[in-house]
Design a protein around this ligand. Structure first.
Ligand SMILES: Nc1ncnc2c1ncn2[C@@H]1O[C@H](COP(=O)(O)OP(=O)(O)OP(=O)(O)O)[C@@H](O)[C@H]1O
Ligand SMILES: [Mg+2]
Length: 317
């Protein structure tokens, strides 16, 4: 039978549904369902039994039938906002009640440091190299992390020269696909074995792009790599879109660059939401918090909240 928490999560995500209509259809007392959704009471077995067939008509079965969308957050240019996007988009999705795992695929370990795991007891390379289970640590509700640090770099050669090297992440993630809605992989600033492995394991890529000439110039190399991975390893690999980050609204050059990017890269769907340059994002990382913990009303929090909404809408979730 469905659970109280599943019902609460379902309504949290499907905010357009009429609670009162559904309660009436299920024959529940008027205030029972709204109170349960607000966390003021728990639905009992009788309520849940009555609700189950009604909720099925509103898409509940596809909601519980979990299969993670595995997303590489990617750009080989350094410092464009990949890690910042992985954490804060991930957390925004978790706040929308999606279950999220973020994977640190970069030996700089920035993602891990940002969630306070500078020296993780266990880390990703143990699963990739030593065939151990993927280490997963809960950070906050619905948001888990698989950390890495500089140790990962030691194994780049081994993985590159092993025939199975680029396929191991995919194999390691397979057992977890039904446990998460999203698995976001923070890629390193290089088109190396770690980025290749991520793209091979992924359902899609989210390209993070800063509106700077140097960042835009190299982007075709990335699209070529994605095309190659699609042709030889992963024909289902999609590009979910391009996220513009570190946008400085005061700079005329940024406005012009963005206009050009939106025109030239239209077929890759550039998200309408732009992530503005916002010091709180940088500060939050220093404080080892995500932006929603550090400054929930900052422009950075607003932008990542909006990006998550737009992303969910484009995926029809
Ligand atoms: N929108 C933003 N506003 C202000 N600072 C930002 C923003 N996005 C990212 N930063 C800061 O810019 C720096 C680079 O961001 P981040 O680490 O996310 O980039 P990256 O692409 O992951 O870098 P790398 O390629 O080295 O992994 C960090 O100090 C981060 O705090
Ligand atoms: Mg990074």
């Amino acid at each position: 039978m469905i659970t109280n928490q599943e019902v609460v999560n379902f309504f949290a995500r499907k905010s357009a549904l009429s609670v009162s209509t559904i309660a009436k259809e299920a024959g529940l007392p008027v205030s029972t369902l709204p109170k349960a959704i607000a966390g003021q009471r728990t639905l009992n077995a009788k309520h849940l039994q009555a609700l189950e067939p009604v909720l099925m008509q509103y898409g509940f079965s596809t909601f519980t039938d979990r299969k993670a969308r595995i997303v590489s957050i990617v750009n080989h240019k350094g410092g464009v906002g990949k890690t910042t996007t992985t954490i804060n988009l991930g957390r925004a999705l978790a706040l929308q009640k999606y279950k999220v795992l973020v994977i640190d695929m970069d030996s700089q370990g920035n993602l891990s440091q940002c969630v306070g795991m500078d020296n993780p007891e266990r880390q990703l390379f143990e699963a990739l190299i030593h065939k151990q289970d993927l280490p997963i640590y809960p950070v906050v509700e619905n948001f888990d992390v698989t950390p890495s640090n500089l140790e990962l770099a030691k194994y780049e050669r081994d993985l590159t020269h092993s025939p199975s090297g680029a396929l191991r992440l995919k194999a390691v993630l397979a057992p977890f696909i039904n446990q998460y809605d999203f698995i976001l992989i923070d890629c390193p600033p290089a088109l190396n074995i770690f980025t290749n492995s991520s793209l091979i394991a992924s359902s899609s890529a989210l390209v993070v792009l800063e509106p700077e000439t140097s960042a835009v110039k190299g982007i075709n190399n990335l699209f070529e790599l994605i095309g190659e991975i699609r042709q030889y390893f992963n024909e289902r690999l999609m590009i979910d879109g391009i996220v513009l980050t570190r946008v400085d609204g005061r700079l005329v050059i940024h406005k012009e660059m963005i206009q050009t990017i939106r025109q030239d890269l239209v077929k890759f769907s550039v998200f309408t939401t732009e992530i503005r340059l916002n010091t709180a994002l940088k500060e939050s990382q220093y404080a080892q918090m995500d932006i929603f913990q550090y400054s929930p009303n900052s422009p950075g929090a607003q932008d990542y909240r909006q990006l998550a909404k737009e992303y969910i809408a484009t995926l029809n979730l």
